[in-house]
Design a protein around this ligand. Structure first.
Ligand SMILES: [Zn+2]
Ligand SMILES: [Zn+2]
Length: 253
């Protein structure tokens, strides 16, 4: 068993609101320098830069972070939900489903920002034209079911924030959701978790939700796991087989 530092929520230059410094090789290098054993790329409603990040991580050699394939999906309730996968094909299946349920429209980069599909050399391959900043028409319970059906983990995002969170949009975390974890933003101290959980017994994690390189490392979670894999992460969140969450950490705290 070893202690693995993980940041499961961050955005590349594909997310319209992210900085253009969030390129594949820059992100994995920064993650390595921060000592992250596990990172997840979770762009808004898309996983189109995951392959490039994985390729860039593969070139780093020893100390490279393992990159999970994720998306930050906007539910019909306008709440953000992380969908985390080991298998890129599962993430791309989720992406195709999300695209077919995404609010129609074309991204205006002057208004929302550029949506760059990059390669592992940090070159622009193309621009994603979809309205990635928009919401899907998929209710959160439906999405959680679909994520689990594809072998993924579902995490309710930044539940301490009034905007785009389950607590902000619905006033509570619905008790019947089979969430794998809830996430506190980098702004919230771990001691505040209880006020958002409404008495629910759910594992609590924290992540950077980085939109720029300087944001990376502002929050992370440490796990006691056998290896940096999604299966081990699932065991740790469930507190099974000796795996577990060790601590939520914040920069400077
Ligand atoms: Zn979010
Ligand atoms: Zn985010």
């Amino acid at each position: 068993m070893s202690l693995v530092k993980a940041d499961l929520h961050m955005h590349s230059c594909l997310s319209p609101c992210a900085g253009l410094d969030m390129t594949p090789s820059a992100m994995v290098e920064r993650a390595r320098d921060l000592g992250l054993g596990l990172m997840a790329l979770t762009d808004h409603n898309s996983a189109e830069n995951v392959a490039a990040l994985r390729q860039a991580a593969g070139r780093l050699g020893p100390g490279a972070p393992v990159v999970l394939a994720g998306l930050e999906v906007t539910t019909a309730e306008e709440a953000h939900l992380l969908a985390l996968f080991e298998d890129l094909r599962a993430a791309l299946t989720m992406q195709a489903m999300v695209y077919s349920h995404l609010q129609p429209g074309v991204n205006d980069p002057e208004v929302f920002g550029y949506q760059i599909i990059a390669n592992a050399d940090d070159e622009v391959e193309e621009f994603n034209p979809r309205l990635l900043i928009g919401a899907t028409d998929l209710p959160v319970n439906n999405l959680v079911r679909r994520i689990h059906g594809l072998g993924g983990l579902a995490v309710a995002c930044h539940v301490d924030r009034p905007a785009y969170s389950l607590v902000g949009q619905l006033g509570m975390i619905p008790p019947d959701l089979a969430l794998d974890a809830v996430e506190l933003s980098w702004l919230a101290g771990p001691a505040t978790a209880g006020q958002y959980l409404g008495g629910l017994n759910l594992p609590v994690v924290s992540s950077s939700d980085a939109h720029g390189l300087d944001d990376m490392g502002r929050a992370w979670t440490e796990y006691e796991i056998e290896a940096p894999t999604l299966a081990e992460l699932g065991l740790a969140l469930a507190g099974q087989e000796g795996r577990g969450i060790v601590a939520i950490q914040r920069r400077g705290a």
